[in-house]
Design a protein around this ligand. Structure first.
Ligand SMILES: C[S@@+](CC[C@H](N)C(=O)[O-])C[C@H]1O[C@@H](n2cnc3c(N)ncnc32)[C@H](O)[C@@H]1O
Length: 230
C-alpha cells in the first residue's frame, strides 16, 4: 500500500487515508473518539464489567495499523491496574515516517508518549513487556495464515478495513475462526454494522448485539461467545 496520506479527523486526532482504496484507518469523525468508544468502552470495559473476578485479560486485534488501539489499551491497563496480554496482527506494517507524523503521542502526557514509542519500536513476532501491566506481541502476518490454539483470547478487537473494501476479512470462514479462538464468555467487538456481516456473526455462533455507534455512525456490533449451558 503506497501513497498513504496523513489526515486530521474531527476530534483533532490523526488518521491515515489510502486514496486508491478511498479508505481511512479510523472514522473521520474522530480517530481517538472512535477507538475509545468502540474498542475500549464497548469491548474492554464491557468485558471487565462481565468478569469482575478476572485479573488478566487476553486481547487479539485484527489490524495493528497505527497502533492506536494498542496504545489506548496499554494506557487503560495502567489506569485500571489490570494485566493485559495483547496480540495484534498486521499484514502491511506502516513505515516509520508515517507513524512519526501521527499526532497521538502528545495527546495524553509524557508517560503515554513513551509508551507509544515503545509500542512502535518493539520488534515483530516476540512478546515485549511494554509496562508492568501490559505485554504485546505484534504479529506480522496475514490473518488467513494466523494460527492459534482454540479458546486462547478473551476479547477480539476486529478492526479490519470495511467489508465494502476488503470483503474477505469479514467472511464466515474468518468469523468461525474468531469464534474458535475466543474463550467461553469471550467478546468480539467491531465498528461495523453491515447486514451480511451481522448475519454471518450469528451463524458463526455468537450472540450478537447492535449497539449505538460512535459519533457519525448509527450502529456498531458486539458478539459474545456464550458460556455452554447458560
Ligand atoms: C482499519 S485499519 C486498522 C487500524 C488500527 N487498528 C489502528 O488502531 O490504527 C486495518 C488494518 O488491517 C490491515 N490488514 C489488511 N489486510 C490484512 C490481512 N489480510 N491480515 C492482517 N492485517 C490486514 C491493514 O494493513 C490495516 O493496518
Amino acid at each position: 500500500m503506497s501513497n498513504i496520506k496523513v489526515i486530521e479527523t474531527r476530534d483533532g486526532s490523526s488518521s491515515l487515508l489510502i486514496p486508491e482504496m478511498n479508505e481511512t484507518y479510523h472514522s473521520t469523525h474522530g480517530a481517538i473518539t472512535e477507538s475509545e468508544y468502540v474498542f475500549l468502552k464497548m469491548g474492554l470495559n464491557h468485558f471487565r464489567e462481565m468478569h469482575t473476578d478476572q485479573n488478566e485479560i487476553r486481547i487479539l486485534e485484527i489490524g495493528f495499523g497505527t497502533g492506536l488501539n494498542v496504545w489506548l489499551t496499554a494506557l487503560a491497563a495502567m489506569d485500571f491496574d489490570l494485566k493485559i496480554k495483547f496480540v495484534s496482527i498486521e499484514k502491511f506494517p506502516l513505515e516509520a515516517n508515517l507513524v512519526n507524523q501521527l499526532n497521538y503521542r502528545n495527546k495524553k502526557g509524557t508517560e503515554a508518549e513513551e509508551i507509544f514509542d515503545q509500542i512502535h519500536s518493539s520488534g515483530w513476532g516476540k512478546e515485549q513487556a511494554i509496562t508492568d501491566q501490559f505485554s504485546l506481541i505484534k504479529n506480522k502476518s496475514d490473518l488467513f495464515d494466523f494460527d492459534t490454539p482454540a479458546q486462547s483470547f478473551d476479547i477480539v478487537y476486529f478492526d479490519a478495513f470495511a467489508p465494502s473494501k476488503q470483503p474477505e476479512m469479514w467472511s464466515l470462514e474468518i468469523l468461525n475462526k474468531m469464534f474458535d479462538l475466543l474463550d467461553e464468555g469471550g467478546v468480539f467487538v467491531t465498528y461495523c454494522a453491515q447486514g451480511q456481516f451481522k448475519r454471518d456473526l450469528k451463524l458463526a455462533g455468537f450472540e450478537t448485539e447492535e449497539l449505538e455507534g460512535p459519533p457519525g455512525k448509527k450502529e456498531m456490533t458486539r458478539g459474545t461467545k456464550k458460556t455452554f449451558g447458560v
